[in-house]
Design a protein around this ligand. Structure first.
Ligand SMILES: [Zn+2]
Length: 388
């Protein structure tokens, strides 16, 4: 079969043997596969990432000298079953799957390891236990977005955001756009999106942002207006003194009143939830410096380099910093059904499609945020450049 492999930074169309599904596995004919930002990064910086992942307990992330077939955001149809499979779905059924597979040498990330070729290929192997059919006649063109949208779903779950909270999304690449779609679906009324690119700001509006701003001229915190956030430590202390003076005029002991208000949630700090979806050095420090006190910062942007931030800034402002990655099988399933039920419209993300011969050109095109956000590789296409 034809596939695109990356080795020493070069993307080449190669010929591979037809993969054989092992025990509990299924072979899919790929109908589409999204190009992910992590693929773009792995092309030139695989070794640094492989070192970090080895330290975290995964030793087989693809290294630059290895031949790695990328592609972990895929949709396909069932072509063949391995042993020990239920075979309840007929050959030809369109499916998606979590990009994880067991090989003789352990579990692997499909499309990010030399041991588990991905879906920049005519066929890909998946685990039946991680495979899900497309529900309600969902088009494979939309189903292919399940994986990147599940990233957004998980980030929003981890944020524990409520409808009355304001959300700020910093960076409107595919991760930021997925987060915006998911916030919108959850009924968040105030979604501020920030990106330097006018094209990306347009996509953010199409995904459901309430306000978009250009961070070179505006602050995402200013446009929120007065929502009761604390913007300075001194103002916060002055507010505390005012409350204490007021409470001590009451006939009931102040601590009894304060404890009661705490139980009712009245004293909980008001905070925006900020989604960091850029992943470049300095961005975390920039956010914790500019954000209101008590802000919750959810870091979904994958900064691949060592970065610095000032803990004393985060401490004094009591910033709630959370890091997020991936999704659970349930989040993946729920995202698939949200797409199928029309609860999210992820189609603005897709800005182009190309064939295996066009992967190299597609990687170049994705470098320009004005041109593209998400390009889908369709192994059946002969297009050597991304078409809209
Ligand atoms: Zn991805």
């Amino acid at each position: 079969m034809r596939a695109v492999a990356c080795q020493n930074g070069n993307l080449d169309v190669i010929d591979l043997d037809t993969p054989k599904p092992g025990k509990g596995q299924v072979l899919l004919d790929v109908t589409g596969c999204g190009i992910c930002g992590s693929d773009l990064h792995a092309r030139h910086h695989a070794d640094a990432q492989a070192d970090v992942l080895a330290e975290a307990g995964y030793a087989d992330f693809g290294r630059s000298h290895e031949q790695v077939v990328y592609g972990h955001e895929f949709c396909g149809t069932i072509a063949d079953y391995g042993t020990d499979t239920a075979r309840t779905l007929k050959t030809g059924t369109p499916v998606v799957a979590l990009p994880l597979i067991r090989k003789d040498n352990g579990m692997h990330a499909i499309g990010l390891s030399a041991s588990a070729p991905g879906a920049y290929a005519e066929q890909v192997l998946v685990e039946q236990a991680f495979m899900m059919p497309l529900p309600n006649g969902l088009s494979p063109d939309v189903g292919v977005l399940t994986e990147p949208m599940a990233i957004g779903h998980h980030a929003v779950n981890r944020a524990e955001i409520t409808k009355k909270d304001a959300a700020i999304v910093i960076g409107c690449g595919p991760v930021g756009l997925a987060v915006i779609c998911m916030l919108k679906a959850r009924g968040i009324e105030m979604i501020v999106a920030s990106d330097f690119s006018p094209g990306r700001r347009g996509l953010a509006m199409a995904c459901g942002a309430s306000i978009v701003i250009d961070p070179s001229t505006d602050s995402p915190y200013d446009v929120l207006g007065d929502r009761g956030y604390s913007m300075s430590i001194a103002a916060s202390a002055a507010g505390g003194l005012k409350v204490m003076k007021g409470l001590q005029k009451l006939p009931v002991p102040w601590h009894v009143v304060l404890r009661g208000l705490g139980v009712l949630g009245v004293t909980a700090p008001k905070r925006p939830t900020i989604f960091e979806c850029v992943g470049v050095p300095g961005i975390i420090d920039g956010i914790i410096s500019a954000a209101p006190l008590n802000s919750r910062v959810v870091v979904a942007g994958v900064c691949m380099e060592p970065d610095q931030f000032r803990p004393v800034m985060a401490i004094n402002k009591e910033i709630d910093l959370r890091f997020v990655v991936g999704y659970s099988p349930l989040e993946f399933r729920d995202t698939l059904h949200m797409l199928a039920d029309g609860k999210i419209d992820a189609t603005p993300l897709v800005t182009g499609t190309g064939g295996l011969d066009g992967v190299s050109n597609a990687f170049e095109a994705l470098a320009d945020p004005e041109q593209h956000a998400k390009i889908i590789v369709d192994p059946r296409s002969t297009a050597s450049a991304p078409t809209e």
